[in-house]
Write a protein that binds this ligand. Structure first.
Ligand SMILES: NC(=O)c1ccc[n+]([C@@H]2O[C@H](COP(=O)([O-])OP(=O)(O)OC[C@H]3O[C@@H](n4cnc5c(N)ncnc54)[C@H](O)[C@@H]3O)[C@@H](O)[C@H]2O)c1
Length: 319
């Protein structure tokens, strides 16, 4: 019976993937530190409760991914490891770069080393579209050097990938996929992220702040599509280190996002503008050809439909 260790399993993406793994009958062990950053631990506790209520074979362990002994103990005997735990978010990474480097780079090194020592055959780690920075030609391809990050967060994700790549040299049979997620949204999204933040404000009649002139582009990807991509990577990624873009491949401007979200919410957004924060890239745009060919990844949730899932979630969960 497959047993998967999911780090960060009570976070936004972790909740959805854990749910999908349980639904197909896998045993799941979640390791998460339930930290209050970058958003309140109460939301992670709610995710843990909702996962437990599904009645699958789930164990949730509280702990840090840099705790080598704990990670090694949980990794032993796993058929796959999915490493999602990390500090997300570009802007807060400027305030605490040392912590970002420690959790994202040291944490990844700890998990990869444990997986190799335990001879786990399949390992998937969460990376980010931010590794491409502003200098990568778009649509971004995995072969791009990605060596000009715009934020400590982006640098930590690229650093984590490179540590994983280097460690994979000593375990050539290990399938090690680094998934570069492109702005993931959906129910339970991190509350500080644009779509959920905007949806709450629009529904409450509060103004939203759009950075720049609204022409910034993002490749928004629904979490249901991300879950399909993650499961495919767990099941199908080849031996060796391989990076994959998981995006929609259809970027839109922030102004278009706000219009589509207003329409999904049935209420016009009140918009104010502010300068683009340090670290935000001009555009993200995934070339998803590799994920399509090698993982069978094909995003299926249209933006309008996806935004409705967020509006419905926010309406059902007022804060
Ligand atoms: N959501 C996105 O759009 C997006 C885009 C690119 C990359 N990512 C990456 O995907 C992963 C999941 O992102 P998310 O949006 O679900 O974020 P999230 O913050 O909701 O989930 C991360 C989880 O990791 C846990 N965690 C943090 N530090 C930990 C530590 N030291 N030890 C154990 N657990 C720890 C958190 O408590 C949280 O539950 C992250 O690695 C993130 O960097 C997310």
């Amino acid at each position: 019976m497959p047993r998967t260790l999911v780090t960060g399993g009570v976070g936004f993406i972790g909740y959805h993937v854990t749910r999908a793994l349980l639904a197909r009958g896998d045993e799941v062990v979640v390791l998460d530190d339930f930290s209050d950053a970058p958003y309140p631990r109460a939301l992670k506790e709610a995710n843990a409760r909702d996962l437990a209520a599904l009645g699958g074979r789930l164990e949730v362990v509280t702990g840090c991914v840099t705790d080598a002994a704990k990670v090694a103990a949980l990794t032993a005997g796993a058929s796959a490891v999915l490493h999602l735990a990390g500090l997300a978010g570009v802007r807060p990474s400027f305030a605490d770069p040392v912590h970002y480097a420690r959790i994202n780079v040291d944490g990844t090194a700890t998990v990869v080393e444990a997986a190799i020592q335990a001879k786990v055959p399949r390992l998937v780690i969460a990376s980010s579209s931010s590794v491409y920075g502003n200098s990568t030609p778009l649509p971004a391809r995995e072969e791009a050097p990605a060596i000009e990050p715009e934020s400590p967060y982006a640098a930590s994700k690229r650093g984590a990938e490179l540590v994983a790549l280097s460690l994979s040299r000593k375990a050539p049979s290990l399938a090690l996929a680094a998934l570069r997620f492109f702005t993931v949204y959906g129910p339970r999204q991190r509350p500080e992220m644009a779509i959920t933040l905007f949806a709450r404000a629009i529904l409450a009649g509060r103004p939203i702040t759009v950075f720049g002139d609204g022409s910034m582009k993002r490749d928004f990807t629904h979490v249901d599509d991300i879950v399909r991509g993650v499961l495919a990577a767990i099941d199908r990624a080849p031996a060796g280190f391989r990076a994959y873009n998981l995006g929609s491949g259809a970027p839109i401007t922030l102004d278009r996002l706000v219009a589509a979200l207003s329409s999904a919410a049935g209420r016009e957004a009140i918009t104010t503008r502010a300068a683009v924060p340090l670290g935000d890239v001009d555009a993200t745009f995934a070339d998803i050809g590799r994920a399509e060919r090698e993982l069978g990844f094909r995003p299926a949730v249209p933006l309008e439909e996806g935004l409705r899932t967020v509006v419905d979630w926010v309406k059902a969960h007022p804060t």
